[in-house]
Design a protein around this ligand. Structure first.
Ligand code: FAD
Length: 433
């Protein structure tokens, strides 16, 4: 096998330019049977260019710590993947402190109230006033684009279309991440990235978590047996706040995103197919479930994305193995009920960056050793809140006592609007203080 060493600076991040073309005359892939291998070295190999990976990359870059991000998808895909939109107060403050919030400050919209609808009543919770903080609504894909732009404009390297296919040596300080280089040529090309540390920021379906021997991790999973049809519609939000409608036919929600696009959710069966939910059925159900006393001012329009999500939560313990550290969805996923996944991912990246900086700058490995121990209590606190909220907004609780659950829900909503202590606890968890 022909092995050639390159510094990663020579590896272009522009997939459109073509990997081999970008390497120019220095590297010509050999014939298939002579399978070529490129080797490179960095201090921290970051797998995944989502919110966790990019925030980590920027914090390390700021401290002059060498890192490379490898990403399975193309840049265009990553920059347009619409998912989260609610950024917690604490995360907004953190992004501001580190100069990562320019786009969010320009185009994000602060939100301080949410509304529950149940049995013809509205329960409005001014969580911003109660907690002294606000959410900022800023679509995840915008944040990802901003972070990418910042990182690359400062000389950072993101290798798109480079899925990591193997991770080795994490347990004996010789970590190597192998990526397949997806270019248009037929020659199989591999990149071996040697590094001191691997940051597994590659989401729930990534490679990092599964690279840890099963004897060294425990995975805690909760399946709720509930589906959500997640929709994006090209319409302005009819209600200017987040709305959770609790209805006999199931939950319906509205989450503002941009002036032109709104996210809606409809509770459905976990196995439902998107094709079973044509536009007219979607709008009919949304109108019915979100109505107050039969009245509804829902603005309808084209649905531009629909996807069935399974309500489930997963936590991996510990979040590290040797020199591999998991962050974000790679370590835990959470139902989208409380809008927490991206916020947790960024919080993981913050703590991991602090630990790596202490290692490189102060030769102090304590924070790295304690990374998982530091993060897990927060992760479980957020899981607990999400679980509580899930039970609040769904009538399905595994039992057949629908009428009993119904009254429990009403009692919870009444306490939320009638008890300061109850409402404060909700507000604090919801806004992420
Ligand atoms: C419909 C929906 C709505 C949501 N709403 C909210 C919300 O309002 N608020 C909130 O906080 N969260 C929300 N979330 C959750 C949030 O989107 C995720 O928690 C967040 O994206 C996690 O960020 P991450 O960086 O950990 O992972 P990801 O964003 O998943 O990024 C991981 C990256 O790794 C890449 N990757 C995977 N495997 C490999 C590999 N082998 N090699 C290289 N790269 C790889 C992937 O392509 C991806 O780019 C929502 C999610 C969904 C689906």
């Amino acid at each position: 096998m022909a092995k050639r060493y390159f510094h990663y600076d020579e590896i272009a991040s522009e997939q459109s330019a073509g990997y081999t073309k970008a390497l120019g005359e220095e590297f010509v892939p050999g014939p298939v049977d002579g399978e070529d291998l490129i080797r490179s070295r960095t201090q921290v190999a970051i797998v995944g260019a989502g919110p966790a990976g990019l925030v980590l990359a920027l914090l390390l870059q700021h401290e002059g710590i060498d890192c490379v991000v490898v990403e399975r998808q193309t840049q265009a895909y990553v920059e347009t993947r619409a998912r989260a939109g609610f950024i917690e107060h604490r995360v907004v403050e953190f992004l501001r402190q580190h100069g990562l919030s320019e786009g969010l400050d320009l185009r994000g919209v602060p939100h301080t109230t949410c509304e529950f609808r149940h049995g013809g009543s509205q329960y409005i919770v001014p969580y911003g006033d109660l907690s002294g903080g606000a959410h900022v609504v800023y679509p995840q894909q915008f944040l990802v684009r901003d972070l990418l732009e910042l990182f690359t404009s400062r000389g950072g390297k993101v290798l798109f279309s480079h899925p990591a296919v193997k991770m080795e040596g994490m347990e004996d300080n010789r970590a190597v991440v192998t990526c397949v280089v997806q270019d248009s040529s037929d020659s199989p090309l591999q990149l071996e990235l040697e590094c001191d540390f691997v940051a597994g920021c590659d989401g729930f379906h990534g490679l990092s978590r599964t690279s840890i021997p099963s004897t060294h991790v425990m995975t805690f999973t909760k399946q709720y047996g509930i589906g959500w049809l997640a929709l994006l519609a090209e319409v302005p939000s009819s209600m200017k706040r987040i709305v959770y409608a609790l209805h006999d036919s199931g939950f319906a929600g509205q989450m503002p995103r941009t002036p032109q696009v709104t996210r809606f959710y409809l509770e459905c069966l976990p196995g439902d197919l998107e094709s079973e939910w044509p536009d007219d059925r979607v709008w009919r159900e949304l109108r019915k479930r979100m109505a107050i006393d039969g009245e509804n001012d829902l603005i309808t329009g084209p649905i531009i994305e629909r996807r069935v999500l399974d309500m489930r939560s997963v936590v991996t313990e510990p979040m590290q193995y040797g020199n591999l550290f998991l962050a974000g969805d790679a370590a835990h996923i959470i139902t989208p009920v409380g809008a927490k996944g991206m916020n947790l991912a960024i919080a993981d990246a913050e703590v991991l960056a602090r630990a790596l900086i202490a290692h490189y700058r102060k030769r102090d490995g304590t924070l790295l050793r304690e990374y998982s121990k530091t993060r897990l209590p927060h992760v479980w606190r957020v899981q607990e809140f999400s679980d509580w909220m899930l039970r609040l907004i769904h009538s399905t609780d595994g039992s057949n006592e629908q009428a009993f659950s119904e009254r429990l829900r009403r009692a919870r909503l009444e306490r939320l609007c009638g008890s300061n202590a109850y409402a404060n606890l909700f507000a604090e968890s919801y806004v992420g203080r």
